[in-house]
Design a protein around this ligand. Structure first.
Ligand code: SF4
Ligand code: SF4
Ligand code: SF4
Length: 277
């Protein structure tokens, strides 16, 4: 697949269909995001390491695509995108962070092993898959069975125990591609005290998780980043399932479907609302 992708990218650069291609560069065992503008550089293009290209660069809190598009307004750029990159593009475009009109998305699929590492339900781009095959994703969090059998008090205690492990390192926030607010509520001293542990339970985590209820693109980066092994994706799985049931919306699947947070429905889905309680 790698050679085919390199050839395809070479053609795009030679034909000047794009100014350059954002992808992962590898050299001496290191890898990092890079904007390829010369075909000779494509020998260093890498597809076997996950690196979220849409992540916001902290502390600037600007994602790389936003920075590229600001530097070259109106120019077309290519992005070599995994499923999570495509989903991030779609959700960020709905929030005015990137302009999809000037982006050439070159999608490729991940394998099942990668999907397990990420707890990813859709390990491929749904709209722009060009290279590779769709493989089965992960449809349930590894701690779902244990969690789902608890009553409401048990669930409260479950999260109290998990959140009390948090060391407030902000790794989950920093790793998240759709966390792009310049002023983060998790750092607002009205909600969260500075330099003190334990964290405020549950506000510290729930501020972020509820913020993401209709925009989490299931990349798994928050949970991978957490040094305390807190099952952050479990919260996302619960919230995303409910958003799906209430609004038939899965973030990142359809660039044209409006996010339910920006819409008001006249009729309520009483059955789904009952389930929330
Ligand atoms: S989150 Fe999904 S699409 Fe992204 S790297 Fe992991 S398996 Fe691939
Ligand atoms: S899985 Fe975690 S890091 Fe990825 S988008 Fe959702 S909340 Fe953000
Ligand atoms: S990464 Fe884990 S320990 Fe760090 S702030 Fe997030 S939940 Fe807490």
């Amino acid at each position: 697949m790698l050679n085919k992708i390199r050839d395809y990218c070479r053609d795009l650069l030679e034909s000047k269909k794009v100014e350059g291609i954002l992808a992962v560069y590898t050299e001496n065992g290191n890898y990092f995001p890079y904007f390829f503008t010369k075909k000779e550089e494509l020998n260093n293009l890498c597809i076997d390491k996950k690196y979220l290209l849409l992540n916001s660069v902290k502390p600037l809190r600007e994602n790389l695509v936003f920075l590229l598009q600001s530097k070259m307004p109106g120019k077309r750029i290519g992005i070599l995108a995994r499923g999570c990159d495509e989903r991030a593009l779609f959700e960020l475009s709905k929030r005015g962070q990137v302009n999809l009109d000037n982006i050439e998305t070159i999608g490729y699929s991940c394998n099942e092993e990668q999907a397990k590492i990420c707890t990813c339900p859709t390990p491929y781009p749904t709209v722009n898959l060009k290279f590779g095959e769709k493989v089965e994703g992960v449809s349930e969090h590894k701690r779902w069975k244990e969690f789902s059998q608890l009553d409401i008090e048990g669930k409260r205690k479950f999260w109290e125990k998990e959140f009390s492990k948090c060391i407030k390192c902000f790794g989950c926030r920093n790793a998240c591609p759709i966390c792009f607010c310049k002023e983060c509520l998790m750092e607002d001293r009205k909600f969260v005290k500075g330099g003190e542990l334990p964290v405020e339970i549950p506000s510290f985590h729930f501020v972020q998780r509820y913020h993401h209820a209709a925009q989490c693109i299931s990349c798994g980066e928050c949970e991978i980043a957490c040094p305390m092994d807190i099952p952050l994706r479990l919260i996302s799985f619960v919230l995303l399932n409910r958003v799906k049931k209430l609004y038939d919306y899965t973030p990142g699947m359809n660039p044209k479907q409006e996010c339910p947070i920006y819409t008001i429905k006249e009729e309520r889905n009483e059955e789904a609302l009952d389930e929330l309680l």
